[in-house]
Design a protein around this ligand. Sequence first.
Ligand code: 2P0
Length: 376
Amino acid sequence: GNTFSMVTCNAPVNIAVIKYWGKRDEECILPINSSLSVTLHQDQLKTTTTVACSRSFQEDRIWLNGKEEDINQPRLQSCLREIRRLARKRRSDGEGGVDLAGLSHKVHICSVNNFPTAAGLASSAAGYACLGERPSNEVGVYPVALSGPFSLCSLPLLSPFSFFPVYTLARVMGVEGELSAVARQGSGSACRSMYGGFVQWIMGQREDGKDSVAQQVEPETHWPELRILVLVVSAERKPVGSTSGMQTSVETSSLLKHRSDSVVPARMKEMIDAVHRKDFAAFAELTMKDSNQFHAICLDTYPPIFYLNDVSRHIINLVHHYNQHYREARVAYTFDAGPNAVIYTLQQHVDEFLQVVKHFFPPETNGGQFVKGLPV
Ligand code: 2P0
């Protein structure tokens, strides 16, 4: 049989507009509420993972950004165990025609991010999605690098994908099919990177998590005018990681319980409806309100967690002043577990909004300091 096989895949980052924050089951990674995200175009922010599988490997090993990491992390072991189980099942079900080298052979996993890790830019999502399956694409993007309080990239979000499916672990072990439940066990938000376009992670009801899966709401071709700008305020490691942060929130924040019981179920419906109708104003308002509630919960957590900084808050003000000027929501912000702003807008507003951003955050400012021209 095969003595060596190797597969490489790219997995893109996803940016949630309805946030996931809080688990009901830490081990299986089951959330307390559903969430919804947009999968970014792969060339800008992505994780590239190569998996090699060989009879000559003595043990499973993993390298992240060139540094060897502990292969015995429970989440990594869950993913490996689950993929191997699926591969074995596939063989015993007689769904052959696959390369079975990986069943008994050890794997070497090599994963590289092209963006700052642990700065609240969804690195774990892309990383673990890569261990599963994800279509790749080759369309270029147009980054705009600025110095100043933040750098900035403009991502043509929904350019046509050239769908040629690439699998890493799953592929190297001959596993196909629905793999978001496997990616979920690596990192919750990872399951949403398994699909392009607009993706919901349905929280599910079951204890075994089998119904806690990602599902595409609309494909990447649905809303071609939609754009994302990432305002990178800081590339530093976040002080409180998402996993422990949300654990403390579940234990201490009554606002989080209110959110998962009474806010998110209705908001998910409204958001899916706004996406279906391509209603940007509704999409934008829901996105900003959900980001704000997530950060309110961080503040309601005890001890509190601060992910936003002064520059983040100036960006929030700027967006609201811009929208008020036009008496419609043309731009929306959302922030994850870090100070970096992700801006959603439509193609026709990108140039003007970038001018406004450059005016209020001139490139000559530095060190994360907001120097002049506060939009208030
Ligand atoms: C999200 N975040 O929906 C939210 C918004 C951060 C803020 O999903 O413990 O790294 O691996 O399941 O997936 C970050 O959480 O946490 C996250 P684990 P994960 O994108």
